[in-house]
Ligand binder design. Sequence first.
Ligand SMILES: NC(=O)c1ccc[n+]([C@@H]2O[C@H](COP(=O)([O-])OP(=O)(O)OC[C@H]3O[C@@H](n4cnc5c(N)ncnc54)[C@H](OP(=O)(O)O)[C@@H]3O)[C@@H](O)[C@H]2O)c1
Length: 279
Amino acid sequence: MTGQAAKYVGRLKDKVVLIVGGTSGIGYAVAEAALEHNAIVIVAGSNSVKLENAVTRLKSSYPSQSSGSRLSGITIDLADIENLETNVQSVLQFAANGAKINHVVITAADMMPPPPSLAEITVHSLERTSRIRYTAPLIFAKHLPKFMDQVSENSVTLTSGAHGHKPDPGWSAMIGYLGAVETMMKGLAVDLKPLRVNVVSPGAVITEVVREMLDEHYDMAIEMAKEKSLVGSAGTPESVAQAYLYLMKDQFVTGTVLETNGGLLAWQLQGLAIRWAYP
Ligand SMILES: NC(=O)c1ccc[n+]([C@@H]2O[C@H](COP(=O)([O-])OP(=O)(O)OC[C@H]3O[C@@H](n4cnc5c(N)ncnc54)[C@H](OP(=O)(O)O)[C@@H]3O)[C@@H](O)[C@H]2O)c1
């Protein structure tokens, strides 16, 4: 490497990366990974205590990479539809900090409470999920051009989920949004070109909220995830974060869904799927 620029590992150096949903789980791992790549990182979430906690933990894990203004956080509630346009512009302005943003990652989602079954859905619950998972990314996309140069070096990465392609019983209410995000992404890749827009579609990933959601079914669910996986394990946030990093770095990838699910879509035992929904 002597005398040669770090053209692979250095690709995110000093790039401004905004992670909406970066205060826990997969988004938090993306924040860690971006700091390891010497990016300037901004994390956003709705809960101010959780945000402060995430920034503190990141600073303690990456003291030199997060020094000065290289790491910051800002709150936004994507469910606050009345103020969404104003709040999204405030977040983008904060992240740009007088310059421009290079990469936006959106992992934010209302993971708790778990999605209601078909019999339990209400118009209100559907509408709230729609705001966070569908409307908010579109409103970000609307305002991005003021804060990001539309060049292929820059990117937007949204998040869907493998359940959108292989639903377990009880997922009707949720999976439409996962498919909608993937379809929306293709439209955005066209509308924002040559800025790149992609989606990461994770399988089962053991994040804090998933542990909380599974509660006493955790051990059984992990066993099932292992059996449904070609790699013999559930995913980790650290593994899935690599997908987001790749999509930021490859200037030739756009309009794509990147699946990271341990081979779930190639290997699904239907009997196990029924056990997951009715433990
Ligand atoms: N974990 C999995 O097994 C899995 C599988 C497939 C797909 N996914 C997808 O991956 C993404 C991340 O999942 P995860 O497990 O990492 O979840 P997570 O840990 O709960 O992370 C969700 C993030 O979104 C933020 N958020 C939630 N509601 C928000 C709101 N109203 N406004 C702004 N931010 C909000 C949360 O912060 P606050 O709580 O502070 O708002 C948090 O930072 C989700 O889109 C999920 O559907 C996950």
